[in-house]
Design a protein around this ligand. Structure first.
Ligand SMILES: O=C[C@H](O)COP(=O)(O)O
Length: 303
């Protein structure tokens, strides 16, 4: 992970000026999707880069220590050894960026990784994931417990009620408290953009999350009706760029939810390269939240 974002004071004036131009956003997203993807000879390298940026996730009601263990083993060796050997990549230490599990499964993941001598980070969703509709004290306690169990990254969800009713300062104060509860664990803030209604709300929520000290902003929980989309990403990465220009702090970006194919992973990498530049094309500033993307990446690498 990179240097942390310390956040800023809440600045209402900054937010009130914001009006996102919907047509311009849609046009830019379409342009990015139309760009030529890396040529065949570079695609494998790009796909391995994508694999290294995955937060390999399981967030299911029937998660058990055994499937969390299998997830951890896959995260340590995301692409088959013989395939990596063929590419002379077998000794480069390729892993995913992290594993991501529910708070109750953090201890299982930490145990499995430790037993395998791996220091891969364990991320945990918290704060009443996915809806965030539990009392603030419960949400804070959940963060503290996940950290206590060994999570070094916490994916919090914002309180959508506050965003939809324009209570930005209250939302800011909640996120500041989550950041405190995280301690040294890095905080990714999930906006659940599919619930936020407008691009302007998405920009404002991104900015509030960064002002409150988020290390990453993340699109979705994977449980909304609409999850990671390219237009939403354009709005969020522009907010990241504006925040960087104003404060000098680089905040990471994590699209998540419904990302299943190697082709989509390539578009996501292209979008980041075009909008934020190469600095962001590393796991400390870019993650793909996905439960089933890796299988297609491995398939494409094999071809
Ligand atoms: O944060 C990660 C998402 O919950 C994963 O969503 P997915 O299962 O659609 O890949």
């Amino acid at each position: 992970m990179s240097a942390r974002n310390p956040g800023t004071d809440f600045d209402l004036e900054w937010l009130s000026k914001v009006r996102v131009n919907t047509q311009a956003v849609l046009k830019r997203a379409q342009h990015i999707q139309g760009l030529k993807l890396p040529k065949k000879q570079w695609q494998t390298a790009w796909l391995l880069k994508a694999a290294s940026c995955i937060d390999l996730t399981t967030l299911a009601g029937d998660d058990t220590p055994s499937n969390v263990h299998r997830l951890c083993m896959k995260a340590i060796q995301p692409v088959r050894y013989d395939l990596l050997r063929r590419m002379d990549m077998h000794d480069k230490g390729l892993t995913t960026a992290a594993v991501c599990v529910y708070p109750s499964r953090v201890a299982d993941a930490v145990r499995s990784l430790k037993a395998a001598n791996s220091c891969l980070p364990v991320a945990s969703v918290a704060t009443g994931f996915p809806a965030g509709q539990t009392p603030l004290e419960t949400r804070l306690q959940e963060v503290r417990m996940a950290v206590r169990d060994g999570a070094t990254e916490i994916d919090i969800v914002i309180n959508r009620t506050l965003a939809l009713t324009g209570q930005w300062e209250v939302m800011y104060r909640e996120i500041v408290q989550f950041r405190e509860a995280c301690g040294d664990a890095h905080m990714k803030t999930i906006l659940a953009t599919g619930d936020l209604g407008t691009f302007t709300n998405i920009y404002k929520a991104s900015m509030v999350a960064m002002m409150a000290g988020s290390d990453f902003i993340k699109t979705s929980t994977g449980k909304e009706a609409v999850n990671a989309t390219y237009p939403v990403a354009i709005v969020m990465v522009r907010a990241i760029r504006d925040y960087f220009l104003r404060t000098g702090h680089k905040v990471g970006f994590k699209p998540a939810g419904g990302i299943r194919t190697a082709q989509e992973a390539l578009v996501w990498l292209t979008l980041i390269k075009e909008e934020l530049g190469n600095d962001w094309l590393h796991p400390h500033l870019f993650r793909l939240g996905a439960s089933s993307l890796l299988a297609d990446i491995e398939r494409q690498v094999r071809i």
